[in-house]
Design a binder for this molecule. Structure first.
Ligand code: FAQ
Length: 311
């Protein structure tokens, strides 16, 4: 019965234990978890595109091998997360359809273009850095399969972040043109990276409930601040300027103050009107259509194998 299910669920959350697929859970919890995991999975898969565009143009065999490995990891994260969504009763094909039809979201950050190879480094440093900041606390998220997926994904994201930083370090030791490329990429990606953490707490409809359910462990603004504090010394070590005149240490708060984020830009990009939204979705749609025959063949082969075994 629902009442005892609710009681067990409440106790599980209160004791900081994990909710598992077969456990009773409130419908709202299930819906929220499917929404967040699906958005996260879609982000990994769409997130393959900006960097994937540079695989054929990587400046050396070594850089190409690294980039290939990173983009493959992202595919792996996406598949891993779709599996986590399936434990909640979602259907993978249905989630993909919703993405392609614009009925489900993915991270705003992947709707910006990658103009030079320095963008690959900056995505590793800032975008993967922001992803780690957001996802390390999710390793303690209340839904078991999601929390466990995050542990493995965070380990790989750490490698991604380091490869980006190392790439930028190398470019910063290079020619003046290379240093300019890095600074230009930082100028373009800094503010969108801050937007990855979502709307400000006062305008985040999901945070309160997701915190009560221990799906989220910190608010959007708390994690954004943590990311800013972490990034400033890294920028100094690298020798780049973060493009914000209001960025300075606040000894009273013991945090860096930073400038006002253009929230209208985040709204625009989330609602489908960013620089690359149409292209990202068109590419994903094409990949889905071109892969249809593979899925059909695999299903037919599986059915034949089952028949041969007399099942
Ligand atoms: N972009 O009430 P809240 C990666 C939506 S990392 C687009 O605050 P919530 C690694 C939000 O979904 C990127 N939409 O929502 C990688 C909600 O919409 P809905 C993926 C955004 O869920 C690196 C509405 O606005 N990481 O892929 C964004 O409590 C390099 C109201 O917002 C994750 O998904 C945004 N930036 O908090 C891959 C992490 N922000 O559904 C390749 C897991 C907000 O109500 C290359 N997710 N929205 O219509 C989370 O932690 C949370 O879902 C937040 C949003 C923090 C993103």
């Amino acid at each position: 019965p629902v009442e005892s299910g609710q009681r067990v669920f409440d106790e599980t959350i209160a004791k900081d234990q994990r909710v598992e697929p077969r456990d009773w859970m409130p419908e709202g919890y299930r819906k929220t978890m499917i929404r967040q995991i699906a958005q996260h999975a879609h982000s990994e898969i769409i997130g393959m595109q900006p960097e994937g565009a540079w695989i054929t143009r990587a400046p050396s065999l070594r850089r190409k091998a690294i980039l290939l490995a990173k983009v493959q990891d992202e595919a792996g994260h996406g598949l891993y997360l779709y599996s986590a969504a399936e434990t909640l009763g979602a259907d993978r094909g249905d989630l993909t359809r919703r993405l392609i039809e614009g009925r489900q979201k993915y991270s705003s950050i992947f709707n910006y273009p990658t103009l030079t190879f320095a963008d690959v480094g900056v995505i590793g440093w800032l975008v993967d850095g922001a992803a780690i900041c957001n996802q390390v606390p999710l390793c303690r998220s209340s839904y078991g399969p999601y929390a466990r997926a995050m542990i493995r994904i965070c380990k790989e994201e750490s490698f991604h972040q380091r490869q980006g930083y190392e790439l930028l370090m190398t470019m910063m030791r290079g020619t003046p043109e290379q240093r300019e490329m890095v600074q230009d990429a930082v100028n373009r990606w800094w503010w969108p990276s801050l937007m990855m953490f979502g709307p400000p707490d006062g305008e985040s409809p999901n945070t309160a409930r997701s915190m009560a359910w221990k799906i989220k462990r910190h608010t959007n603004d708390e994690l954004r601040q943590r990311f800013v504090d972490m990034s400033v010394p890294q920028a100094e070590a690298l020798g780049v300027r973060l493009p914000d005149d209001d960025l300075r240490w606040n000894p009273v708060r013991e945090h860096y103050d930073f400038g006002e984020i253009d929230w209208s830009e985040l709204k625009r990009v989330i609602s489908g009107d960013g620089p690359m939204n149409a292209e990202r979705i068109a590419h994903r749609r094409r990949a889905d259509e071109e892969g249809a025959w593979v899925r059909e063949a695999a299903a037919a082969h599986a059915a034949k194998s089952r028949a041969a075994l007399g099942e």
